[in-house]
Design a protein. Structure first.
Lengths: 343, 339
């Protein structure tokens, strides 16, 4: 989708300078408590109808971001607005209404479903809670939804454990979509599924988005899935977004060395591509003890003294392309694959 | 039984003439409350020194159970009902437990998916690695410590002397997996079985661990069995591939040939359903349906229900292996036609 071609895309959600702090254990008995910034100044817009992929390694804060957006967790500072309304400040009744427009689909469907309710009852539950439609019509709606996620009607009377993993995830999706939300946060929604089933669920999510005009925030560690499903991709590292661009731009012309490293670390199902592998050394730093300057400098092959001391600003370097790296210009297409190769 | 008894004939590579491990027609059943369930059905595999066999399949396809059964590590409910596991000229299914214990952790070692669960939380990393050196090689305390520190260096754990005395909770996921690998290679095994060794790790760490495994394989001239569900990992690290589906091997091929021209419709479907980071596709071509659970395994082709190319002959009897060329074979009555 070309954002610039539309006159002005509607901003569904605006996230500005959000910080979320976690307080850790004391350093010693009388010592101060350690503080970790799980989210450290994250800003982005979520446009209506798009899929924003949020990728990064474990502990980078991508799930925390998802929770902050749905107001499941309060930010330490910063603002999250939904259609212009600050979501942390709306009152209870209003929030209840807003919440029905946002849904969440987790990784493990069996954990998200109630083992003692039939599939039909679980899909119907949100309608009852939000008192949507006439009680008599709700069962009909459940049937329609079941069909929309390609599940046979005879499953209505079954219990979650009687379904396969793929079917369970479809039920979770049906339950999330039955109250016609605008925004769906998918937190590793397809990561637990086997490849052949994963493809089915990914296709389903894409179809439903087209049909219902949904907006997805798609959180995952899997760059291959994210490339397939996303309009734009944001890469997170240690609580910050380090690069944000249209998905093709980001994957074909990454400007942050971490994005580059991440892409080249993904095993490609093509044995002939083996030689092009470039790996980075080291591991993500401990958030309780973050490095100075750019948080990636210790693992970065391009780091210099400036990177050790100055935090790079998140700046725009191209159309719909922002990056936080001092040397982003040097890392343009002219220097492809400049990341270090071990050995 | 129309078993795939004969291993691959006329292999080109001299090293592959005498396989280090040869699993023949291995079948495993589990005694469940609802009856006996066959989870591995006449699986045959071979792997030679210095080569990596990738064993790929979706969850429940029997890839882990095959390897556990080969090493006599099945849970109490599991039983091997037929087959043999020839390792270096000995059938591992007939030797007694004492002999097997000597072999495991020494000549054959295994690395599992979740290093944090496999490590003992109340013992230091150093102690846990030294343990197999005490047990299998009878080294003294000092020598074992020296060797352990060498091993930690070998698997790329920095500050090995300090790390020796640390506990598992002080190790990150990637470092724990390195420690597990150090433990596995402590006695320089001839065969290393790695069961989803990188599944729990982040991609950048996964790349490091895969690289480490392939280096160690060369250095120690080990045979490596890499069990994974990830075809990307297979493409990255395997020399030969066996694709498993519903308790059976359905296709075997050298890695390049498998990815270039998959012959079984399941392999082809699997490859087509993968989203890829290196190219953009409009729509993923998913395989309809799901893999059957072991209770519903049929005697005919088990992929029939999801296959577009089946006919009446498919449901009757188990499709036997057809050799294609000298290096590959496929268990399908209507294999993909290579153009």
């Amino acid at each position: 989708m070309n954002k610039a071609a539309n006159n002005e895309p509607e901003i569904l959600m605006q996230v500005r300078d959000v910080v979320r702090r976690f307080i850790g254990p004391r350093t010693s008995f009388f010592g101060p408590r350690k503080i970790a910034h799980a989210i450290n100044g994250v800003s982005f817009d979520l446009y209506a109808g798009e899929t924003l992929g949020l990728v990064g390694e474990s502990g980078c804060g991508k799930s925390t971001t998802g929770q902050l957006i749905l107001n499941l967790m309060e930010p330490t500072s910063g603002s999250v607005t939904y259609l212009g309304q600050e979501i942390t400040k709306v009152n209870k009744t209003e929030w209840r209404r807003l919440r029905s427009e946002m849904q969440l689909v987790f990784q493990n469907p069996l954990g998200a479903l109630n083992p003692r309710l039939t599939i039909g009852a679980q899909i119907r539950e949100p309608l009852d809670i939000h008192e949507i439609g006439d009680p008599g019509d709700r069962d009909k709606k459940v049937l329609d939804m079941l069909e929309a996620v390609s599940l046979p009607a005879h499953l209505l009377e079954r219990y979650p454990h009687q379904l396969s993993g793929g079917q369970q995830q479809r039920v979770v999706i049906a339950r999330a979509l039955i109250i016609s939300p605008k925004l769906v946060v998918c937190d590793e929604s397809v990561s637990a599924l086997d490849v052949s089933v994963q493809a089915q669920v990914v296709n389903l999510l894409v179809d439903l988005q087209k049909k219902l005009g949904l907006t997805y925030l798609f959180i995952t560690h899997d760059l291959s899935v994210v490339r397939h499903i996303s309009t734009r991709i944001a890469v997170m590292y240690l609580g910050r977004i380090v690069e944000l661009a249209d998905s093709d731009t980001l994957l074909e012309n990454p400007r942050h060395p971490y994005t580059k490293a991440l892409i080249s670390a993904v095993p490609v199902p093509d044995p002939r591509a083996r030689a092009s592998r470039a790996t980075i050394t080291g591991e993500p730093p401990n958030p309780f003890n973050p490095p100075s300057g750019c948080s990636f400098h210790a693992r970065c092959p391009h780091a210099d003294s400036k990177c050790n001391t100055d935090l790079p600003e998140f700046r725009t370097i191209g159309e719909n392309h922002s990056v936080s790296c001092h040397h982003a210009e040097r890392l343009s297409q002219s220097a492809p694959d400049a990341t270090s190769r071990s050995n | 039984m129309s078993g795939p008894a004969t291993p691959l004939a006329g292999k080109p590579d001299a090293a592959r003439e005498t396989p280090l491990l040869e699993v023949r027609d291995l079948s495993v059943v589990f005694d469940m409350p609802e009856g006996t369930v066959e989870v591995v059905d006449q699986v045959s595999l071979t792997v030679s020194a210095g080569r990596t066999l990738g064993l790929v399949g979706e969850s429940g396809s029997g890839k882990s159970v095959t390897c556990l059964a080969a090493l006599g590590l099945l849970a109490a409910r599991g039983r091997v009902t037929s087959g043999e596991v020839m390792f270096n000229g000995r059938d591992l299914l007939t030797i007694d437990e004492a002999e097997m214990s000597k072999l495991r952790g020494c000549e054959v070692a295994m690395v599992f998916q979740d290093p944090m669960v496999s490590l003992n939380p109340v013992r230091t990393i150093g102690w846990q690695i030294s343990e197999s050196l005490f047990l299998h090689q009878g080294l003294t305390r000092d020598k074992a410590k020296k060797r352990t520190i060498e091993l930690l260096d070998l698997v790329g754990i920095p500050n090995s002397k300090t790390r020796f005395g640390e506990y598992p909770h002080q190790f990150s996921g990637g470092m724990s997996q390195r420690a597990m690998i150090a433990m596995a290679i402590a006695c320089e095994p001839k065969l290393l079985i790695a069961d989803e060794p990188t599944t729990a790790l982040d991609v950048t760490i996964q790349a490091q661990i895969l690289e480490l495994l392939s280096e160690l394989k060369k250095e120690l001239n080990m045979a490596l069995i890499l069990i994974t569900h990830d075809l990307g990992v297979i493409a990255e690290a395997a020399d030969d591939v066996a694709v498993m589906y519903a308790g059976r091997v359905v296709e075997e091929a050298p890695v390049l040939e498998l990815f270039d021209t998959p012959l079984h419709h399941y392999t082809k479907g699997l490859l087509n359903s993968l989203p890829r980071v290196d190219r953009k596709v409009d729509r993923l071509s998913a395989i309809d349906g799901t893999a059957p659970p072991p209770q519903e395994f049929v005697s005919g082709c088990r992929f029939e229900a999801r296959c577009d190319h089946c006919d009446d002959s498919c449901s009757g009897k188990r499709p036997s292996f057809v050799d294609i060329g000298t290096t590959r074979r496929v268990a399908c009555l209507h294999p993909v036609v290579v153009t």
